[in-house]
Design a protein around this ligand. Structure first.
Ligand code: C5P
Length: 224
């Protein structure tokens, strides 16, 4: 069967990655979490005290960064490796979440990440989620989805996810972080978060996971 490119963009914690993973599994496609790449770059900048407002320092640091997704046999998912180190748990921490949108707004960082994302999607048969995938990374994708959900529901979902790992986290902290990231992501100069003109909106506030998957599988059939 013909393989296509599927892009899923949207606000933070809309359930993009959950849907993208399930969709990729069902279709036998490759799933790429583009946000993990921005998170890994941010982690490197924090660890090496790189000033991301200094373009030269950013360019220099990017030359030392090697990113790779490697399949994890135990979880069945792809883990993000930064210079051969599995950074999967680290990049999900609040320390990274607090800075990632600032780092992702830097032109050189985006050029670096987008070039790699485009390479990964060359063969089609890919589901990639992020903020600029349908607008910038794969503007000719056959199926583009723009996800939204009620902000209160998004905060609740992310809080539950983070609380599992960190019992000190507060709902207020999570709410502030989501609002800040959405604001920076939507208002940055380079590739701001936007719905592509030809993207289909999926508001999943009231949909179960199986309902979303059924709906999107129908869209995939229509797009092939
Ligand atoms: O998807 P996730 O929430 O892990 O992404 C973390 C951050 O990475 C986002 O808040 C955004 O600042 C940035 N990002 C981006 N472009 C993408 C994916 C993520 O700017 N394609």
């Amino acid at each position: 069967m013909k393989k296509i490119t599927i892009t899923i963009d949207g606000y933070s914690s809309c359930g993009k990655s959950t849907l993208a993973k399930q969709l990729a599994k069902k279709l036998g496609y490759l799933y790429i979490d583009s946000g993990a790449m921005y998170r890994a770059i941010t982690l490197y900048f924090i660890q090496h005290t790189v000033n991301w407002n200094d373009a030269e320092a950013v360019k220099e640091a990017l030359r030392s960064i090697h990113l790779e997704f490697i399949h994890n046999q135990i979880t069945g998912q792809s883990d993000m490796y930064l210079n051969d180190e599995n950074v999967e748990p680290l990049i999900r921490e609040m320390l990274v979440a607090e800075k990632v949108s600032e780092v992702a707004a830097v032109r050189e960082v985006r050029e670096f990440a987008v070039a790699q994302q485009q390479k990964m999607g060359k063969e089609r048969g890919i589901v990639m989620d992020g903020r600029d995938i349908g607008t910038v990374v794969f503007p000719h994708a056959e199926l583009k989805i723009f996800m939204t959900a009620d902000p209160a529901i998004r905060v609740e979902r992310r809080f539950k996810e983070l609380y599992e790992k960190n019992r000190n986290i507060t709902l207020h902290e999570v709410k502030e972080n989501l609002e800040l990231r959405d604001y920076i992501d939507s208002n940055r100069e380079v590739s701001p978060l936007r719905k592509a003109d030809d993207a289909i909106i999926l508001d999943n506030s009231q949909l179960t996971m199986p309902e979303q998957l059924d709906l999107v599988l129908q869209w995939v059939e229509d797009a092939i």
